[in-house]
Design a protein around this ligand. Structure first.
Ligand SMILES: [Zn+2]
Length: 294
């Protein structure tokens, strides 16, 4: 198994550590170089993470991950500055959810160009979130960002975790950065309100057909913040297929919402991290699908 090399750990411990990370004995944020690469890094802040790539001509960053963290964008930029003195040229959004993309102002002020799928802009514009920078440039199906000899391929494979989520691929490193749709070693999180059940299965099959070896997720993989593999994508697809089959019975028996959601269990996944927290949200989303046609 490939491991991630620790390059710089920023430890900022103010008063009592929050239980979530003190239990795991990890600092509030940190930056790690991905093992086996020359220039690919993961910046983690709390339980969110983003990828950035350092080149001789500048940096390609992704998601600012600073929702509810007013200084989070600047922290991210400061972490990049510890690695390189080159400017951040681009910030690429994985999708439109604020927990991943809020906090880009520091990057905008430093002159970065923001790129996202067209749907991101359509979603963000009416909300006018004061903490979230609108994309400068949008694309529909695919775009390759090239900088200093690095190519980062952006592709839209249809609706999945949201209708704006893209995949990012580094062809040379065979690394993917995919946020929220394919959690690594965990049950899907709570943000399933705009999740597309049938389309997500197709999405994961398309991802599996692509050429890659390692997956950087938008939340640290379990255990120990590991990167994902195609096996993780297959496991996640199986989980969603199992969830769908289970709720299909209940929904078609006329049990949605309350009875079905109470009865809905996925015992095969009961020992996966996030099972207890995630189950009600999975139940609700698939109840909507099979019990209401939504
Ligand atoms: Zn999301």
């Amino acid at each position: 198994m490939k491991k991630v090399l620790l390059v710089s750990v920023s430890t900022l411990i103010v008063g009592l550590a929050s239980p979530a990370w003190s239990q795991e004995q990890r600092p509030p944020f940190e930056t790690k170089k991905v093992d086996g690469t020359d220039n690919v890094y993961i910046f983690r802040n709390g339980n969110h993470q983003a990828m950035f790539i350092v080149t001789n001509d500048g940096v390609i960053a992704t998601d600012p991950i600073a929702y509810g963290r007013p200084t989070g964008g600047q922290t991210y930029l400061d972490e990049i500055k510890k690695v390189t003195d080159k400017p951040v040229k681009y910030v690429i959004y994985s999708h439109h959810h604020f927990d991943h993309i809020a906090g880009g102002k520091a990057f905008k002020d430093a002159g970065a160009q923001f790129i996202a799928h067209r749907k991101v802009k359509e979603r963000l514009e009416p909300l006018a979130d004061p903490n979230t920078v609108l994309p400068d440039e949008v694309f529909d199906s695919e775009k390759t960002v090239t900088l200093g000899g690095t190519a980062l391929e952006l592709r839209y494979l249809g609706p999945n975790h949201s209708d704006s989520t893209i995949v990012m691929r580094l062809p040379r490193e065979k690394i993917m950065f995919i946020v929220d749709t394919i959690p690594v070693g965990t049950v899907p999180g709570r943000g399933m309100i705009d999740f597309y059940p049938a389309e997500t299965e197709q999405f994961i099959k398309k991802v599996l057909a692509m050429d890659w070896e390692r997956l950087i997720p938008g939340h640290p993989g379990q255990p120990n913040g590991r990167l994902g593999t195609k096996k993780d994508a297959e496991d996640q697809l199986a989980l969603l297929q199992d969830a769908s089959a289970e709720m299909k019975k209940l929904g078609q028996e006329g049990k949605c919402w309350d009875a079905a959601e109470k009865e809905f269990k996925l015992p095969k996944y009961a020992n996966w991290p996030g099972y207890e927290q995630g189950l009600p949200f999975i139940a609700r989303r698939y109840c909507g699908y099979w019990g209401r046609g939504t």
